[in-house]
Design a protein around this ligand. Sequence first.
Ligand SMILES: *[C@@H]1O[C@H](CO)[C@@H](O)[C@H](O)[C@H]1NC(C)=O
Ligand SMILES: *[C@@H]1O[C@H](CO)[C@@H](O)[C@H](O)[C@H]1NC(C)=O
Ligand SMILES: *[C@@H]1O[C@H](CO)[C@@H](O)[C@H](O)[C@H]1NC(C)=O
Ligand SMILES: *[C@@H]1O[C@H](CO)[C@@H](O)[C@H](O)[C@H]1NC(C)=O
Length: 336
Amino acid sequence: MNLVILLIAFSLSHTVALAGPVLVYNIAQLLSYSILVSPIRNYVSLEEDGNRISYFLVEKGDGTYEVEDLTSAPIQSRATERDVKYYLYTKSNKENGTIITNIFTNLTSSSFDPNKEVVVAIHGWKNDFSSPINAHIKDAILDKFDLNFIVVDWSSIAGRNYVTAKNAVLQIGRYIGTFIASLASTYGIPLSNISLIGHSLGAHAAGIASSALNGSIDHIVGLDPASPLISVSNKDYCLDASDAKFVQVIHTNGGLLGLSTSLGHTDYFPNGGKRQPGCGLDITGSCAHARSYEYYASSIHNNIFLSQECSSYKDYTRGKCSGSFSLMGGYSIEKE
Ligand SMILES: *[C@@H]1O[C@H](CO)[C@@H](O)[C@H](O)[C@H]1NC(C)=O
Ligand SMILES: *[C@@H]1O[C@H](CO)[C@@H](O)[C@H](O)[C@H]1NC(C)=O
Ligand SMILES: *[C@@H]1O[C@H](CO)[C@@H](O)[C@H](O)[C@H]1NC(C)=O
Ligand SMILES: *[C@@H]1O[C@H](CO)[C@@H](O)[C@H](O)[C@H]1NC(C)=O
């Protein structure tokens, strides 16, 4: 019980100071479930550093909790190129992805179409290609758009302890960058026709991959970029606005599993960006953390998350916002 209290105290200690605009309002009906959503869009001045935490709680399948130790956990393995796998999905191949071990042989005999856009999705810790983040977003996008959807699977590393996974992200991101570079050059795909979506540690991997392509990727959508052990000031590691032509970030569990600092060109903080409606106590934050991709997938179906800039978090909580409006998410994200 002590642990739980400490954890809550930790999350409360991360008070967010907002320099720029914040908040929103509008109520949206999600397709999969109904909740109230009021995204905020903001620029946060305070640098929040995930380096300060030493553990977090993880909910196990049986409903009990275990502590994920960030101070003395061993590095269990280092990433090699073989730890990163790629699966192609298209409108005609929505369920069973084609594994791409060879960009040339596997793709020329597949439904891959180099004249169409490419979206690359990258999961986070403890996930794999079959995880809900991929299913939600892939299904939403391929239902509406005819393009190449590539799911990255780095589960052989992501499935290990958090310290191992976090330490491997730089290398994993670089491998993904190399893969995209050879895909683009093999098939003559302009980097402006490629976008990346990453959840949690996968958001940082997306930034690293895109950065390896000199920031020429059209856009990155960062879904609740991971906070533990991530230093916002280390731009080589942490997703930031220089990584792509446009970076949109959706924060849903800021201060716990996700970062609450603004990282991209636009940062949205639905419902304040920390806790999410319908998640209950959500001690581990995993429910709110997952909402980032649920909202994003929902925004593909129905672009309804009207958001408004607000000058401070306080103004947001007082309902005093007067900035411009924009929509959070969507396939063609709003780029100012
Ligand atoms: C996907 O592949 C599995 C076995 O590999 C097969 O059982 C299933 O029917 C396939 N699904 C579709 C939609 O093709
Ligand atoms: C992918 O390419 C590799 C190397 O050419 C080949 O061994 C493998 O069978 C191919 N896989 C599929 C699913 O086509
Ligand atoms: C880029 O994608 C668009 C579809 O959005 C397509 O019309 C265009 O031909 C693509 N460009 C290239 C060079 O493949
Ligand atoms: C990125 O820039 C470096 C240095 O200018 C260059 O060597 C590399 O080929 C570029 N990569 C891409 C994908 O444009």
